[in-house]
Each structure stands twice: as structure tokens, then as C-alpha cells.
Design a protein around this ligand. Structure first.
Ligand SMILES: Cc1cc2nc3c(=O)[nH]c(=O)nc-3n(C[C@H](O)[C@H](O)[C@H](O)COP(=O)(O)OP(=O)(O)OC[C@H]3O[C@@H](n4cnc5c(N)ncnc54)[C@H](O)[C@@H]3O)c2cc1C
Length: 382
């Protein structure tokens, strides 16, 4: 399939390496692991070994020394093979980017090589039941205790917490008036419990409520500066949006490609169903949406990597990609008739993981709030 993205030679190599691994797993592996409640350790290990999970991380800490643009190629290509891994957005992109930007040298040396080669994973714990989209309102609190902190509170919808060795946790820090701090908290720490949240998602990455009951962490658990958590978390928000967009773009490509293939083959009248404009035009339209979203995503990653303000582009890319992927998937299901709902065809089980991207990691409404106030200069409603 052609499109709007012309890969550089480096990107082509990264895409080919990712595709070579993803081809050996495919959507069947993803769906089976999701249904059986298993993880994707082998796939993750191979991606890490091939240097694909840390392409954007600094070379002195085991990464590839490239940028987010390279990680978007990996994430998109995985999803284009029916492998839309939430953990790919969370551990390398959000947590890796925050640690690379703000952690001490010792913390970088301790964590980044493992995140890059896939031997260690970190979940991201920001959202709380009572704060929701208003992240400034988190009430999980870190109290100074001796040289470290004691953390209490709760987080919800923390993806893949059971697969990860630690959480990158956002907490209100009582040592800094009104400030938030970021901590690396081991998931096995005494006082920390994970409770699964049953959802409709078909994904090997499960969702958890996290309870923290006086969880003690040392001085070295703090990321960067105490009280600067909100500012520091921004280092992960644009990568989060850009990588969520990349994941959606991959799902969009997967859906359009599958539907076009089916529409070329399936014949119930004298011509294949793809000859009917009722099938062909919505698919061509879906292709337009996905390609425009890929272009926006590439642009957002390019701005981010150039050290420019990528927030507007990242928000545009995320919103466009989520909508385009969902439209493409819906049309792919429609193109398959009854088979669109059969698990065998690998479409219906992607519905909720794709639908999720309109709600998380940032909701459509919060993206539109950002664009309305920052791009259009409209007054904020909150
Ligand atoms: C499957 C899944 C995985 C997730 N993974 C993680 C994770 O790993 N880590 C993590 O920290 N969080 C995670 N989240 C949480 C996710 O980021 C939040 O669900 C999302 O940000 C919305 O917050 P909320 O659910 O509390 O909704 P609410 O904040 O209660 O919002 C409800 C609705 O109101 C809208 N709304 C709220 N405020 C405004 C406003 N000012 N203007 C207009 N509309 C508004 C929202 O857009 C939404 O449509 C995940 C969520 C899901 C469902």
C-alpha cells in the first residue's frame, strides 16, 4: 500500500526489523495471550534484543541514541501487524522519556539500559479515581520520613502494572507546599497492592487499581526535583500522545489493508465486493484519514526531536489518529460482513483497544480543550 510517509533509510531499516519480528508473532499471538491472561514476554524480549524498544533513549544508557520519530516507526509497525501494545506506549515512551529528561545519572544508569533492552519495565501511575482528568488534583501523598518518603493513596486504570517491576508514580509531596513529585515505586513494595479492573479490552496488558498503604521508599526513589512533578511529567506527555497516535496509525493501516484484501477476494455477485462503491469509497476515505494522521504524527515527532514545542502537533496527531483508526476499523468490520464479528478475522477483538484511544492516555475532550485555549486563544472553562 502506498501512502504519505516516505521513510528515510534508517526508518526503513527499523520498520523492516520490527516487521520481521512482528510477522513471526502476528495478531493471533496477541489475541491468544489477551484471552488467556498471559503476557508477551517473548515478543518484548526479541524487540529489546533487537534494540527496538530503546531506539529513542540515550546511547550512553544502552539506547539507540535516535529520537521519538524512530520509536513511532516501531510502535506503528507492531500495531500494523495486529500487535497494538499499550506497554510500548507506557514503559519506553512515557517512563523512558521522563527518566531520560529528569532522573539523576544514577537512576538513569539503573533503569534506562533495562527499559531499552526490554529486561525491565515500568508502568505509569498518574490517574486517580477522584482526580480523573484533573491531574493537578491528585491526592496520593508522599510524606517525608527519615531520608525517604512514605506514600499513601490510590491510582486507577494503571495499565500493565502486573508486568512491571515499578511504577512511575505522581504524588502530592507534603514537603513542598502544593507540589507534586515523581517517584519510582517497586510494584513489590510492602503496602502496595494491585487489584485487576475487568474491562472489555482484548489486550495482553491488563488494568489495575493500585492501593498504596504507607509504602516506604528511599531518597533515591525521587525523580529529579521534589515539587517539580507536574513540570517533569510534561516530558512524558507529548511522547505519550505521539506514541498513542502511532499505535492508532498502525491499527488503521492493519484494518484498511485487511479490508482491502477481503474486498478484492470476496465475491457474492459477478464482481468482488470491492468493485461496489459502497465498499470501495469508505475504505479509500479511511485510507485518507489514516495517512493524514500518520503525517501529523511524523510532524509531531519531528518537532519533539528537534527540541521544539510539540504540544499542539502531538495533540492534533493523537486526536486525528484515534478517530481515523476507529473509523478504519469500523469500516473494515463492515467490509467483512458477518465475518467482521468473527474472532478468526482479527478485527472485532481490536475494537475496544482502539476505542480506548479516544479516552486514554488523554481524552478527546482534554485534547480539544488544549487546542481551543492554546491554538485558538479561547477562554478556558476550568
Ligand atoms: C484502559 C485504560 C488504560 C489506562 N491506562 C492508564 C495508565 O497506565 N496510567 C494512568 O495514569 N492512567 C491510565 N488511564 C486513565 C486515563 O488516562 C483516564 O481514564 C482518562 O485520562 C480520563 O480520566 P477519567 O477516566 O477519570 O475520566 P473523567 O476525568 O472523570 O472524565 C469523564 C469524561 O468527562 C470529560 N471531561 C473531564 N473534564 C473535562 C473538561 N474540563 N472539559 C471537557 N470534558 C471533560 C472527559 O474527557 C471524559 O469524557 C487508563 C484508562 C483506561 C480506560
Amino acid at each position: 500500500m502506498t501512502g504519505l510517509i516516505a521513510d528515510t533509510s534508517d526508518h526503513r531499516l527499523i520498520r523492516q526489523s520490527t516487521a520481521a519480528i512482528a510477522d513471526r508473532y502476528g495478531h493471533g499471538y496477541y489475541a491468544e495471550r489477551a484471552r488467556e491472561g498471559g503476557h508477551i514476554a517473548e515478543l518484548w524480549g526479541e524487540l529489546g534484543q533487537a534494540g527496538l524498544l530503546g531506539v529513542h533513549l540515550p546511547a550512553e544508557y544502552g539506547g539507540g541514541g535516535a529520537g521519538l520519530a524512530e520509536l513511532t516507526v516501531v510502535t506503528e509497525e507492531l500495531a500494523a501487524h495486529g500487535l497494538p501494545l499499550l506497554i510500548a506506549v507506557i514503559s519506553p515512551a512515557i517512563c523512558g522519556s521522563i527518566l531520560a529528561a529528569h532522573a539523576s545519572d544514577a537512576m538513569k544508569a539503573s533503569w534506562l539500559p533495562g527499559l531499552a533492552d526490554g529486561t525491565r519495565r515500568m508502568a505509569f501511575a498518574l490517574t486517580e479515581p477522584d482526580a480523573g482528568s484533573n491531574s493537578r488534583n491528585v491526592s496520593t501523598t508522599a510524606r517525608r520520613a527519615g531520608p525517604g518518603w512514605v506514600i499513601s493513596g490510590g491510582k486507577y486504570y494503571i495499565s500493565a502494572a502486573d508486568e512491571c517491576e515499578a511504577l512511575l508514580l505522581v504524588a502530592r509531596d507534603d514537603s513542598v507546599a502544593g507540589g507534586l513529585s515523581l517517584f519510582v515505586v517497586p510494584t513489590g513494595a510492602p503496602g502496595l497492592t494491585l487489584t485487576p479492573i475487568p474491562t472489555a479490552l482484548v489486550s495482553p496488558d491488563r488494568q489495575f487499581t493500585v492501593f498504596l498503604d504507607d509504602v516506604a521508599v528511599g531518597e533515591d526513589a525521587l525523580i529529579g526535583m521534589a515539587g517539580q512533578g507536574f513540570r517533569q511529567v510534561f516530558a512524558g506527555l507529548n511522547p505519550e500522545r505521539i506514541l498513542a497516535a502511532a499505535l492508532c496509525n498502525g491499527v488503521g493501516r492493519y484494518a484498511v489493508a485487511k479490508a482491502a484484501e477481503y474486498a478484492r477476494q470476496r465475491k457474492v455477485w459477478s464482481e468482488p465486493i470491492g468493485a461496489h462503491q459502497g465498499i470501495a469509497h469508505p475504505l479509500a476515505q479511511a485510507h485518507v484519514g489514516v495517512e493524514l494522521a500518520r503525517l501529523a504524527t511524523e510532524r509531531a515527532a519531528e518537532l519533539f526531536d528537534a527540541g521544539q514545542d510539540a504540544a499542539e502537533a502531538a495533540n492534533i496527531a493523537k486526536l486525528a489518529a484515534a478517530d481515523a483508526a476507529l473509523a478504519a476499523l469500523d469500516q473494515a468490520i463492515q467490509t467483512h460482513g458477518g465475518n467482521g464479528l468473527a474472532l478468526e478475522y482479527g478485527l472485532a477483538d481490536l475494537w475496544f483497544v482502539t476505542r480506548l484511544m479516544r479516552t486514554a492516555p488523554v481524552s478527546r475532550e482534554m485534547v480539544l480543550n488544549y487546542l481551543a485555549t492554546h491554538s485558538l486563544g479561547l477562554p478556558p472553562s476550568y
